[in-house]
Ligand binder design. Structure first.
Ligand SMILES: CC(C)(COP(=O)(O)OP(=O)(O)OC[C@H]1O[C@@H](n2cnc3c(N)ncnc32)[C@H](O)[C@@H]1OP(=O)(O)O)[C@@H](O)C(=O)NCCC(=O)NCCS
Length: 169
């Protein structure tokens, strides 16, 4: 069983500490604690932390809940952007990403957001599949948006995905 906790700019440093720790294990290029806290402090920013039991992470038996993933979005007037989303490796393909996106769409729809968008690296097949499954559509491309980490790599385009949040049937 998963549960999602919701945090806003006035909720103190705990969410930033958990999310920056999750970021380290979800991404090669991670946000540190200061930049995570600065991101969460901007008005309109909402963070979700999804928790599950050790069984959900594919680790040992046990029912104690632990943070397994997160999503951060920011709403400005009637538009919102997903700034980051990650699920720890051992808990992937168990519906956590799907649940985080669904919660984001629910909240955006309820708060009057007309358009929700995000950027994703063109090579990120897992994330693209997740967004497409949730109903996002490619709306544009940013050429060479992700800079090369070293001289052996090439810069990579970002795809811009967008959706109009709708009430669930
Ligand atoms: C992208 C990410 C958040 C997906 O999280 P997740 O919890 O594994 O996703 P879910 O289990 O909810 O998957 C939902 C659907 O998305 C698609 N999907 C997810 N991972 C996939 C993969 N590796 N390959 C193909 N499709 C995938 C599938 O359609 C899946 O449904 P299914 O399992 O019934 O086939 C996770 O892979 C991740 O954290 N990646 C590293 C960080 C990252 O790239 N974040 C996104 C930056 S834009």
């Amino acid at each position: 069983m998963n549960s999602i906790s919701v945090f806003g700019p006035n909720d103190g440093p705990i969410a930033a500490a958990i999310i920056s720790a999750l970021h380290v294990v979800c991404f090669d290029s991670a946000w540190d604690l200061d930049s995570t806290a600065a991101t969460l402090a901007v008005p309109g920013t909402v963070a979700f932390i999804i928790e599950g039991s050790a069984k959900d992470s594919g680790e040992a038996e046990g029912d104690a809940l632990q943070p397994l993933g997160f999503l951060i979005y920011r709403a400005t007037l009637d538009e919102a952007e997903i700034l980051s989303l990650g699920v720890v490796m051992d808990a992937r393909r168990r519906g956590m990403g799907r649940n985080l996106i669904a919660e984001c769409l629910r909240r955006c729809q309820a708060s009057g957001v007309k358009s929700l968008f995000l950027e994703v690296a063109e090579s990120n097949q897992a994330a693209k599949s997740l967004y497409e499954m949730a109903g996002f559509e490619v709306q544009g491309r940013r050429k060479n948006y992700y800079k090369a980490a070293n001289k052996d790599q090439a810069a990579e385009d970002a795809l811009i995905y967008r959706i109009t949040p709708k009430a669930s049937p």
